[in-house]
Design a protein around this ligand. Structure first.
Ligand code: K1U
Ligand code: ZN
Length: 167
């Protein structure tokens, strides 16, 4: 396994659109393992392949207390969205910034697992929020884009300044 480099907002590569995985082979299983290791080390509760500069439709999520319930989703598609919930979100690509975002409270998602088998999951609460946040990354959307233009500009300035002083 390997730790992968996480891109930081406003890196333009975070806005690339990921392409579907044609076949869940050993290279995808390796990517899932490396993404999981990177997510746990950060630490975080989710990670999208886009964030590690791999533009394929793969996400990993683990919202469990102990961090022992890894879920990998290849080619995820949301089939249903129900209700609304506002939750505080963070992002490993936007370090130190947290803000509230409104999303569906319950979703039904279909994807392939690490063996290429299709599965369907009904998710709610933090798990639903996290899956939607990660799937946004796959279409090049970062959670700060839900915030006002003023907040987005402040965040960009702060992170650019921080990147310059930590070089
Ligand atoms: O960068 C990411 O996409 C991961 C992100 C996922 C997320 C968090 C909160 C709401 C929606 C999506 C994170 O994991 S940020 C870090 C974080 O939330 C966390 C870190 C340590 C312990 C518990 C949570
Ligand atoms: Zn994120």
């Amino acid at each position: 396994m390997a730790l992968l480099n996480i891109l930081h907002y406003p890196d333009p590569r975070l806005h690339k659109v990921a392409t579907p995985v044609a076949s869940v082979d050993d290279s995808i299983r390796r990517l899932i393992s490396d993404m999981a290791e990177t997510m746990y080390a950060a630490p975080g509760i989710g990670l999208a392949a886009t964030q590690v500069d791999v533009h394929k439709r793969v996400i990993v999520v683990d919202v469990s207390e102990k961090g022992d319930e890894l879920q990998a989703f290849v080619n995820p598609v949301i089939l249903e969205r129900n209700g609304e919930a506002e939750r505080e979100e963070g992002c490993l690509s936007v370090p130190g910034i947290y803000d509230k975002v409104t999303r569906a409270d319950q979703i039904v998602v279909e994807a392939l697992d690490r063996h290429g088998n299709p599965f369907r999951l009904q998710a709610e609460g933090l798990l639903a929020t996290c899956i939607q946040h990660e799937m946004d990354h796959l279409v090049g959307k970062v959670f700060v884009e839900y915030l006002s233009p003023l907040k987005q500009n402040r965040i960009k300035t702060k992170l650019r300044k921080r990147a310059r002083t930590t070089l």
